[in-house]
Design a protein around this ligand. Sequence first.
Ligand SMILES: Nc1nc2c(ncn2[C@@H]2O[C@H](COP(=O)(O)OP(=O)(O)OP(=O)(O)O)[C@@H](O)[C@H]2O)c(=O)[nH]1
Ligand SMILES: [Mg+2]
Length: 256
Amino acid sequence: MKTVSVIIPAMNEAEGIGCTLEALPIEQLSKSGYSTEVLVVDGCSIDNTLDIARSKGAKIIVERRRGYGRAYKTGFQSAAGDFIVTMDADGSYPAQQVPQLLDYLVKNDLDLVTTCRLSHMQPGAMSVSHRFGNEILNLFSRIFFRLNLRDTQSGMWVFKRSLLGIVGVRSDGMAFSQEFKIRSFQKASCREVAIPYMARLGTQKISTFHDGYGNFKNMCSLLQNRDTPALIPALGTQPDVSLNMAVFQPKTLQKT
Ligand SMILES: Nc1nc2c(ncn2[C@@H]2O[C@H](COP(=O)(O)OP(=O)(O)OP(=O)(O)O)[C@@H](O)[C@H]2O)c(=O)[nH]1
Ligand SMILES: [Mg+2]
């Protein structure tokens, strides 16, 4: 049996962590031959995120150092899975879709499947300023790194654990997500797949301006350090929208 590690960074996500964990189709994964471990990497939440996560069977890792990327680095170190799945703790990503994404990764012999939130986004899931900032970062990624992704900032990825041996990410902050994709698409076999994306529960942790600027600085430092070759041709593709969306009727996406 192969193992899947689902890693979820969480900081004060009491409103969303429960439904995020409940939506994970652990039994379906088990029937498909995967045992699943769920790791919640907690950034010292002061609400009852931890109690809820524990009550739903997740393993808790406390990471006192701040940062979205820092939380993932710590989570990756503890993950035992052959495959790793990431998502937010806020109910915004379709946890129900993990088996299909995993299947897509395996059948296409990919190292990484990253997701695109923009094709099937529910109304109110992303603010106008956030959307605008994302498009600017997508454009910069395309110009500087020829990374032809529709959504460079999505936080749901499914990948083979072996990718971690090839790709080392510097950022500890929100820029972790784009840096991980830039480096992965340059070194491994990767594809972007469209998913539904829902309005988050609880309070947003990202700051559009502050983190947007952080992402821009991260791209500049990647260019300066020259360990990510810029302007190499034909990286990435347009998101694959071929996954059977009928499986994900809106009712299965609604939060409890
Ligand atoms: N452990 C830990 N988790 C964090 C930290 N910062 C953010 N997170 C979590 O990382 C995930 C992503 O943060 P979000 O605020 O949802 O960012 P976003 O998805 O870009 O913004 P929304 O569209 O509003 O959801 C959430 O589950 C947060 O709780 C941190 O410093 N430490
Ligand atoms: Mg989120």
